[in-house]
Design a protein around this ligand. Structure first.
Ligand SMILES: [Fe+2]
Length: 398
């Protein structure tokens, strides 16, 4: 009898977790290595449970004016933390990442490069429309970061957080969006502030010589969003803000199952509408996630001011089941389209052919004036992760 009810419980919990994302005919292995297509990530299943707010950081970012002279610091980037037991228990793999980050923050406190903030490229939970997934599996982990680590935390919305609906007002996007706002109420620049696109999960912030923009790539084609990002970039004091970083959930280039030769709609829009803008404003790095792996491309281009480099860093190793290489993206149309700017692409870190060759990981970004260095920190069985045949990259090399 006990065995029978345990079996029934497993069936019910499994079905609830799967209904948000996958077909039940997939095998366990397929679920781990194959992404969900947009039609499968409809977050329509809601529980109407109110989501708690993540606690405000112990050391919030100072006002932009107050931090104007900061030129040396570290920030962290990671993404895709959703777990297979969301709504039932704390995300275990994600907890390994958080514990390591907190330890790093303490270590960095005594150096010239203290940790100042964390950015997350999206997919915090499996189904953002379910309040209990945020409450039981996610919020307390981020509290650890904002309380024990003390740092501000900025989540860009992923398709699992707010659904893959591609218009801002779409009905199936609203339950997840509401939960996203509740979870991040103490962390995002408030609605109405100049660093927030009013009514959207789209924001920016400045710290020292560095400016960061987070956008919602699920609705990449939203004209209001594109206009706001353009305005943020055009109005920026570049005498002060030497480094500009942008991040969203969807990357521009990926060799994972969401990428390869097949391009998802947000990725196509990013290539067509955002990348020319990012080149125009000499954005240094565009961080993305969505594929649960690590990948790094260098985009080189020229303009009237000379030769430039824009790095594409895909970091999706925050705890979700790891993905592997699935195929090269077809970069030919992109390179051809921007031949006038002499655009070229070089991949300097390629995902592993097997999920086991990847690793749960996060990225440490060290800012030293205009010099930017990355260190990729692998965890658990992936602690020796060396995506470049080392785990370090210097983005200042031409
Ligand atoms: Fe995703």
């Amino acid at each position: 009898m006990l065995r029978l009810s345990l079996f029934a419980l497993l069936i019910v919990s499994g079905a609830a977790a799967l209904s948000a994302q996958t077909s039940t005919t997939q095998t366990q292995t397929q679920q781990q290595t194959q992404p969900q297509t947009p039609t499968q990530t409809q977050t329509t299943l809601t529980d109407n449970i109110p989501v708690q707010a993540i606690k405000a950081p112990r050391n919030p970012l100072p006002s932009e004016d107050a931090s104007a002279n900061a030129t040396k610091f570290t920030f962290f980037v990671y993404g895709d933390t959703r777990g297979r037991r969301d709504g039932y228990e704390l995300q275990y793999e994600h907890s390994l990442v958080i514990n390591s980050m907190v330890a790093q923050i303490k270590k960095l406190e005594k150096t010239d490069y203290p940790a100042r903030f964390v950015i997350q490229t999206g997919d915090g939970v499996a189904n953002g429309a379910m309040g209990k997934q945020w409450n039981l599996s996610y919020i307390d982990l981020i509290n650890k970061l904002t309380q024990d680590g003390g740092v501000p935390y900025f989540l860009a919305p992923g398709n699992h957080d707010v659904s893959s609906a591609d218009t801002h007002d779409a009905e199936r996007r609203q339950p997840g969006l509401k939960n996203y706002y509740s979870a991040n109420a103490e962390l995002l620049p408030p609605d109405g502030s100049p660093r927030r696109l009013s009514g959207y999960p789209v924001f920016s912030f400045g710290y020292g010589n560095t400016f960061v923009i987070a956008f919602d790539s699920n609705i990449a084609g939203d004209e209001k969003q594109i206009a706001w990002i353009t305005e943020q970039l055009e109005g920026l004091d570049r005498q002060r803000y030497k480094n500009v970083f942008v991040y969203s959930h969807h990357p521009a280039f990926s060799s994972g199952p969401h990428g390869g030769a097949q391009i998802e709609k947000p990725t196509q829009i990013i290539r067509d509408r955002y990348m020319p803008l990012f080149r125009k404003h000499h954005v240094k790095v565009f961080f993305g996630g969505h594929d649960h792996l690590f990948e790094h491309w260098i985009e080189r281009y020229e303009d009237s001011t000379g030769k430039h480099r824009l790095d594409h860093v895909l970091t999706g190793g925050g705890g979700a089941p790891l993905y592997a290489y699935a195929g090269d993206p077809d970069i030919r149309p992109y390179v051809k389209q921007y031949a006038e700017e002499k655009v070229s692409l070089e991949r300097i870190a390629k995902p592993s052919y097997e999920p086991g060759g990847g690793a749960y990981h996060y990225v440490l970004v060290q800012v030293d004036g205009e010099d930017i260095k990355l260190e990729i920190v692998g965890l658990d069985w992936g602690r020796d992760f060396q995506p470049y045949r080392s785990n370090k990259a210097n983005l200042s090399e031409k």
